[in-house]
Design a protein around this ligand. Structure first.
Ligand code: HEM
Length: 428
C-alpha cells in the first residue's frame, strides 16, 4: 500500500510541470543553481544538481551556511520550547524550571537554544567580516549587504527579546539597565524605551511584547529576509576572487589563470559542495550539543522588581558587549557604537570603486576594524561585569552591608505571587 502511494506520489511529481516545488529544496540548501521551470520536475532537479560553483569557493564560504544551520536549529528548538513555555509574569519562571527539570530532554533543548543564540551572533559576524574584508559588498552585491545587516539586526532582536523570557533576576535587571541606558539617548531614546517597555518599569506588559516579537513578528521578518538574501546570492552570484580590478564584472581563476568569463568548470555543487556543507552542518551541531551539555545556562532567582540581585550573570554575547559599553563608555558609547554598526549600511553607497584590495580602501578597512575589534574588546570586558547596575543600588548608609537591598521604587502594589515550580502543569 505504502509502496503504491509512493509510486503514485512520484508519478504525480514527475508529471507536474511546476518546478516551483524545487524552490523548497533550494531554500533548505539541497539545490543551489537556477531552476529551469520549463522542464519536468525530475529533469529540472537533475539539471539543478549539475550546477558548478566557481573554483575559488572554499571553506570560508561555509560561514553563511553555518549561520543558516544555526538559524534552523534555533527555529526547531524554539518551537519545542514554546510547547511548554508560558508567557506571563506568574508562570514564565516556573515553566522554565519545569522544562529543564521535568520535561524529557527539556534541559538539552533549552541549552541548545541558548548556545545557538550565542553561536549565531559570533558566526554571523565572522561571515560579515569575510564579506567585508573581501569587499563582496561592492556593486552589484550592495543590496545583499544591506539585507545581511538587516538579518544581523533581526538576530540581535531575537536574542534581546528572548533574553527576558526566563523572567529571572539576571534577565530582569539586565533588560532594565539596557532600557534605562536607551532612555538617556537624547530626542528619541525615552520614547523608544517606553515603547519597548510598555510600562513604567519592566513588567508583564514588557514580557508580552518581547514574547510576541520573539515568536511571531521576528520569525516572519526573518523568513522574508533569508529568502531575499538567498535569491540575491543566486541572481548576482558569489563575488569573484579578490583581484586588483573587478569592474562590475567577474574575474575567475581557472587552472592558475585569470579569465573574464565564468568558467564552465569549477567545483560541482553536487556532490562536492553539498557534502562539504553537510560536514560543516554536522560539525556545527556537534559543537552546539557539546557546549549545551558541558555548560548549561543557569537560571537565576525569579524576577523581582523590588529586589536588586547580588550579581548579574550574562548568558548572551551581545549582553556582555552592551553592559561593557554602558558601564565603561556610558550611554554615548553605546549610541556611537550602534551608530557605527548602522553606518555600515551606507558602506556600499560611499565605497563604490571597483578596487577590492585592503590597501586600496584604507578608510573603509579602518572603520570595519574599529567595529570588529571594538566588539571583541567589549565582549571580553563585559565578561568581567558581575555587579548590579550602580544606579540601581541604594546608598550604602541606607542599608547595611550584606543585607537585602530594597530599591526605593514607587508603590506599585503587591509583588505578583511566584508559584511553586512543582505546581506547574498540574490541575488547580
Ligand atoms: C541570518 C544571517 C545570515 C545568513 C543565514 C546568511 C547566509 C548566507 C549564505 C548561505 C551566503 C552564501 C555563502 C557565503 O558567502 O557564506 C551568504 C552570502 C552573503 N552574505 Fe550572508 N547571511 C547572513 C547574514 C549576513 C550579514 C550579517 C551580512 C553582511 C552585513 C551578509 C552579507 C552577505 C553577502 C554580501 C553575501 C554575498 C557574498 C559573496 O558574494 O561572496 N550576510 N549569506
Amino acid at each position: 500500500m505504502i509502496k503504491k502511494w509512493l509510486i503514485q506520489f512520484w508519478g504525480d511529481l514527475r508529471t507536474s510541470a511546476d518546478a516551483g516545488l524545487l524552490g523548497v529544496a533550494r531554500f533548505v540548501g539541497l539545490l543551489y543553481g537556477p531552476i529551469d521551470r520549463n522542464l519536468r520536475i525530475d529533469e529540472a532537479w537533475r539539471k539543478a544538481l549539475r550546477y558548478r560553483l566557481a573554483e575559488h569557493v572554499g571553506w570560508r564560504h561555509a560561514l553563511g551556511g553555518i549561520t543558516y544551520v544555526l538559524l534552523m536549529v534555533l527555529v526547531v528548538t524554539g518551537v519545542l520550547l514554546a510547547f511548554y513555555y508560558r508567557p506571563s509574569v506568574e508562570e514564565a519562571y516556573p515553566s522554565i524550571q519545569h522544562i529543564v527539570s521535568e520535561v524529557s530532554f527539556g534541559w538539552l533543548i533549552r541549552d541548545l537554544h541558548v548556545w545557538c543564540a550565542n553561536l549565531i551572533v559570533v558566526v554571523a559576524l565572522a561571515h560579515m567580516a569575510r564579506v567585508f574584508f573581501e569587499a563582496a559588498y561592492k556593486p552589484p552585491r550592495e543590496m545583499n549587504w544591506i539585507v545581511g545587516l538587516a538579518l544581523l539586526a533581526v538576530v540581535l532582536a531575537f536574542g534581546a527579546t528572548g533574553y527576558l523570557l526566563p523572567w529571572d533576576q539576571w534577565a530582569y535587571w539586565t533588560v532594565t539597565e539596557v532600557l534605562d541606558a536607551i532612555a538617556l539617548i537624547p530626542l528619541f531614546g525615552g520614547l523608544l524605551a517606553d515603547a519597548i517597555r510598555g510600562d513604567v518599569i519592566a513588567s508583564g506588559a514588557t514580557l508580552s511584547r518581547f514574547f510576541a516579537l520573539h515568536v511571531i513578528v521576528l520569525p516572519w521578518i526573518t523568513l522574508a529576509l533569508v529568502s531575499y538574501h538567498f535569491t540575491l546570492i543566486r541572481r548576482r552570484g558569489l563575488a569573484p576572487p579578490m583581484t586588483a580590478a573587478d569592474e562590475g564584472g567577474r574575474k575567475w581563476r581557472v587552472s592558475g589563470m585569470w579569465v573574464d568569463e565564468e568558467p564552465t568548470g569549477g567545483r560541482p555543487f553536487f556532490p562536492n559542495h553539498l557534502l562539504r556543507s553537510f560536514a560543516v552542518a554536522v560539525l556545527t551541531l556537534a559543537v552546539a550539543v557539546t557546549l549545551a551539555i558541558l555548560f548549561p545556562r543557569q537560571v537565576g532567582e525569579p524576577a523581582n522588581p523590588y529586589l536588586v540581585p547580588d550579581e548579574l550573570v550574562s548568558t548572551w554575547v551581545p549582553v556582555d558587549v552592551s553592559l561593557a559599553l554602558i558601564r565603561f563608555t556610558g550611554t554615548w558609547g553605546l549610541a556611537l557604537f550602534s551608530l557605527l554598526g548602522v553606518g555600515l549600511i551606507l558602506l556600499p553607497v560611499f565605497d563604490r570603486r571597483p578596487e577590492r584590495g585592503l590597501r586600496q580602501r584604507p578608510v573603509a578597512v579602518a572603520l570595519g576594524a574599529v567595529f570588529f575589534v571594538g566588539f571583541l574588546a567589549a565582549w571580553l570586558a563585559g565578561q568581567q561585569i558581575r555587579s548590579v547596575p550602580p544606579t540601581a543600588r541604594p546608598q550604602p548608609d541606607v542599608v547595611g552591608a550584606g543585607q537585602v537591598q530594597e530599591v526605593p521604587l514607587p508603590d506599585l502594589g503587591p509583588t505578583p505571587p511566584i508559584p511553586n515550580p512543582e505546581d506547574v502543569g498540574r490541575e488547580p
